[in-house]
Design a protein around this ligand. Structure first.
Ligand code: NAD
Ligand code: IPM
Ligand code: MN
Length: 322
């Protein structure tokens, strides 16, 4: 039996995750779902956004379908999502960006870098330590090279001209690429951010450190219609969590206007991960057919509501499955 933990989270997580879940259930009636409450809503109600028991529940699942969570306005607060990624050691954040003339996968180191959580505030300054470890870099480099082996090449997004920590990162990625026989180029992240928008066809697998991968993925969303389109997988040795790249979008929450594609595609990535690439392909094809039919949410220039769009994808999924 395959158990899937479902975290809707906050904001539009409550709108897009149920759609993704319904599509998963339609394709795979054998999946067992259980809900886990995490996030701002829970923090408001109980004073805790996530605790040890929650982490244990998430760890007990074969895979996690995740929405998005809002950051509470609490200065002492540490991002729950970062806590979960760390606790489950989800070291590879895989963010495919596919669209017309675009086929890029950002592989973001997901447990250290500037998000290591080593920070303190003094009266006149605040400090955050950026940790790039050999072990952390080796495992993300191997993950990216493994992926690039079956594709074209690897780009190492970095700022080694300024950051000593990135000299180590580039070194390790270059060595792993040579070992794997993967052609690779190191590019500075600022220039890379522009070039990926101007010449997306130049890019294939891009490996980078935590915060650069965070920013680069939102930027690259521009190439394929925005944040509503991008799914992601957070992969570790023992656990895996699938979530849209976007956040809880409080500005549009509760309006039935959010684009559910990112969440639906995250569900497809979940299926591929649990060994069902056929069902994942059924979902991808269904999304494409709905878009081809001109049905779109507001962010893509259409007027379909979240639920209406989700129902259209579900119909196509059932047709594709039959
Ligand atoms: P956001 O991704 O939530 O929204 C950015 C912009 O994109 C907004 O204008 C929003 O309306 C739009 N957008 C996002 N997803 C969309 C969708 N599916 N369809 C249509 N439009 C969409 O980022 P933000 O506004 O910077 O952050 C809002 C909250 O989300 C913050 O509390 C932040 O900490 C949190 N956040 C959480 C996650 C996560 O849990 N994975 C990721 C990013 C941000
Ligand atoms: C993302 C988000 C998270 C991140 C935040 C909410 C901690 O922006 O998943 O891209 O920075 O990783
Ligand atoms: Mn982000």
């Amino acid at each position: 039996m395959t158990e899937v933990a479902v975290v809707e989270g906050d904001g539009i997580g409550h709108e897009v995750v149920p759609i993704a879940r319904e599509i998963l259930a339609a394709l795979r009636p054998d999946l067992e779902f259980f809900d886990v409450e995490v996030g701002y809503g829970r923090w408001e109600r109980t004073g805790s956004a996530c605790d040890e028991e929650t982490i244990a529940d998430l760890k007990s699942a074969d895979a996690i379908l995740f929405g998005a969570i809002t950051t509470p306005p609490d200065p002492g607060y540490r991002s729950v999502l970062l806590q979960i990624r760390r606790a489950l050691d989800l070291y590879a954040n895989v963010r495919p960006i596919r669209g017309e003339g675009v086929d890029i996968v950002i592989v973001r180191e997901n447990t250290e870098g500037l998000y290591s959580g080593i920070e303190w505030t003094e009266p006149d300054r605040a400090c955050t330590v950026r940790v790039v470890s050999r072990r952390g870099s080796e495992r993300i480099a191997r993950y990216a090279c493994n992926l690039a082996k079956s594709r074209r090449h690897l780009t190492i997004g970095n700022k080694a001209n300024v950051l000593k920590s990135d000299c180590l990162f580039v070194d390790i990625c270059t060595r792993e690429a040579a070992r794997a026989g993967v052609p690779c180029t190191a590019r500075f992240i600022d220039a890379l951010s522009l070039d990926i928008l101007m010449h997306p066809e130049r890019y294939d697998v891009v490996v980078t450190t935590n915060i650069f991968g965070d920013i680069l993925s939102d930027t690259a969303a521009y190439l394929v219609g925005g944040l509503g389109m991008l799914p992601s997988a957070n992969i570790g040795e023992r656990h895996a969590l699938f979530e849209p790249v976007h956040g809880s979008a409080p500005d549009i929450a509760g309006q039935d206007t959010a684009n559910p594609i990112a969440a639906i595609r995250s569900a497809a990535m979940l299926l591929a991960h649990i060994g069902d690439p056929e069902s994942a392909a059924v979902i991808e094809a269904a999304v494409d057919r709905v878009l081809d039919a001109g049905i779109r949410t507001r962010d893509l220039g259409g007027n379909a509501g979240t639920r209406e769009f989700g129902a259209a994808v579900l119909r196509e999924v059932l047709r594709g499955k039959a």
